[in-house]
Structure formats: C-alpha cells, structure tokens
Write a protein that binds this ligand. Sequence first.
Ligand code: PBG
Length: 425
Amino acid sequence: MASMTINSVNFGTAKGVKFEYVGLKVLQNVTCEKPHSVKFAPRTLTVNAAKAHSDGPVKKMGKSDEECEAAVVAGIVPEAPPVPPKPSAPAGTPLVTPLPLSKRPRRNRRSPRAAFQETSISPANLVYPLFIHEGEEDTPIGAMPGCYRLGWRHGLVEEVGKARDVGVNSIVLFPKVPDALKTSTGDEAYNNNGLVPRTIRLLKDKYPDLVIYTDVALDPYSSDGHDGIVREDGVIMNDETVHQLCKQAVSQARAGADVVSPSDMMDGRIGAIRAALDAEGFQHVSIMSYTAKYASSFYGPFREALDSNPRFGDKKTYQMNPANYREALIETHEDEAEGADILLVKPGLPYLDIIRLLRDNSSLPVAAYQVSGEYSMIKAGGVLKMIDEERVMMESLMCLRRAGADIILTYFALQAARCMCGEKR
Ligand code: PBG
C-alpha cells in the first residue's frame, strides 16, 4: 500500500463536489500521480483527514495562529537574520556601471546547476571490452595499464563479477588466438568449441542475465592479421570474407551471444549476417554494426594486446579515411537498410562529429568505442601526473554521451562505474 502526503492541493471539482484538502494523508494504491489526473472511480480511496481541523495543531508551541498574526499586525514582528551585507571585492577592482545585459547565462550556472544538466551517464551506458586467452593466468598488457589478457576460466569470470557489482552488465569479448590456429581463411573463427564460444557458454552458465557482445572479424584468426581473406595480390576479398563472417556470427549466437558486432568493414555484411542468423533461428540476436570505423592509429595498443597487427600493408582499403565525414552517412544508410540494430562509431573522442552525425541521421541507438589509444593516453597522462586521470576519464565519457552516444565501449568501464558508485580504489 503506497502512502503519500499531499499538502494544500486543490483537487478541483469532481461530480459536483469540491475537494479541497489541506494537510491530508491519502492512503491508496498508487505511485504519485498529478493531482488533477487523480481518478475517483472505481478505485476506493481511503482518506484519513489529518487531525488538524478537529483537534487543533499536532504540536503546541505556545501562541495560537491568531495570537501570532495579531502580534504582527500590532507591529511586534519576530526577529529573523538581517539582509546579508554585499560581499566586498578585492582592493583595486575597477568600479563599473553594470553592463545592460538582458541575458546572463551565468545565472543558470549558479545553484540550480545540477537541475539544468543536459547529459547524464550511468554504468548502464557502458560496455566493458575484455581480452581473453587460453592461459590460466592474467597477463598484463604493456601498452594498456590496468588491462590484462584474462584467463577465460578464472580471471575473466572474476572481472565480469566485479563489473556487475557496480552496474556494468555488458561486455564485449576479444580473443588472443594461438598462432598455430591462425590460417589465411581464419576458419578458427567459426569453431563452435573455439575460445570465444566456449567462453560465452561459461559466462552464460555463471551469469545468465549478462549481456554478451562479440567481435565479428577475421583478424584474431587470420595468419595475415587482416579482417578479411587476403588474395595473393594483397586485395582483401569482400564477399568471400562475408561468407566467413556469417559462419562466425552464427557460431557465436549458437553459444549464446546477445549482440554480434561486425568490426570488419566489408560491404554488405550486415544484411548477410542478419539473413544467416535468421535462417538458423537467431531472430532474437542483435547486430551492432561498426558503421563508421576509421583506419586509425589509435588502435595500436589493442593490436599489441592481441598480437593482431597486419603482417603487411594496412587496413585502409576497408576501414574509412579519417578525413571523411559524408562517407559515414553512406555507411549509416546501408547499415540501417540491411537491418543493423545499433550503429557504432570508432574511435570515440577524436570522432565526436561523426557520433553527432549518426545521432542526427538515424533513430537507431548509437555506440561509441573509446579505443585502446584513447585509453592509454589518459592512463599515461595520469601516471605521469600531467592530468587528473579520474576527472579526465569521466569528462571524456560524458562528452561521448553529449555527442550522442547511447552506449560507450570503454576499457574504463569498471573504473568509471566504481567512480559513479562513489567507490574509490
Ligand atoms: C579488429 C578490431 C580492432 C579493434 C576492435 N576490433 C583493431 C583493428 O581494427 O585493427 C580496436 C579496438 C581498440 O583499439 O581498442 N576487428
């Protein structure tokens, strides 16, 4: 039974009866509704009138209301603190006449500041990227302080538990695959008992409501370190790669993945993966498309973490040119038409304009990936005491939200969520 106290609320007229309640305790089965929208039938309201009217004030302080009013009317006014003196400015402050401004935006930055905050962030907005390997131990990643290749059976499970404790219930998995399993066609990517499917099954067993995102691309499985199959002349083969990606996505879905995330930038892969998932009965599995993924130098530490540097050349024939803006719109329209559920922009902070572009041109949720290089720069600046790591971390995440990101993939997910929960470690 919910109970609320309504003070001095005029309910208006209903069925010709005027309800004017002062200091009433209303007991009813509702959460707070706007007073004028209170419905009177058929719900039974138990209204207990406060004792004020019948028995006088609840607490007797001395004089009655009438006596107090009479005293003020007679000019005997009780004391209250005086109007505070004008704060003085430092000596030497110039004396000026106030500027005739009709708008002073600084007024709204005074006390009600929190009420006017336009953007917010919570642990629910974060997705935690985690590196996994076959080992038993957790191996620190040199270029990413605080990040590890986690043992899939122990370290990973613990890390996910810690994240869930502070409200981060979404993760994305990146596997470090043994070199001996890498081939030029990346077939290990769809081994149903490979590292990723095995890990998904273990995590879903431990934490059934965990939201698991997976990476769909061949690079961790490719002996060439490319996201697609490489022809002998160095060309990355599009449609043949898409064929492999479909098998990879289905294999991940079969293991229990909630959101498969193609990061490969091949053309037409969203539609093909959607069809493959549907054909196998995975209509409920979502696709987060790396819609605008740029050929960025900010991925350096990640490639070190997974030992996934391309063996030759670069990724510029499939990842986008950092100089391009309009091209992101072409990808957006394609991905929407092909059935993507979430659109991702990567990297994050240097590409805020692209996040805003997608936000303004699509109704789909937008994700931003704060990539390894962005993480490492903030960490390094913090370690060197050049910046306040925690504040810069939180500001960078808030800015990604302000630009239009619904969710943020960030290696800071655990640290930031702890910060939001008021935990300092
Ligand atoms: C590869 C992939 C990369 C990242 C995520 N998926 C690297 C790349 O494209 O070379 C980078 C993430 C990061 O830098 O944090 N499919």
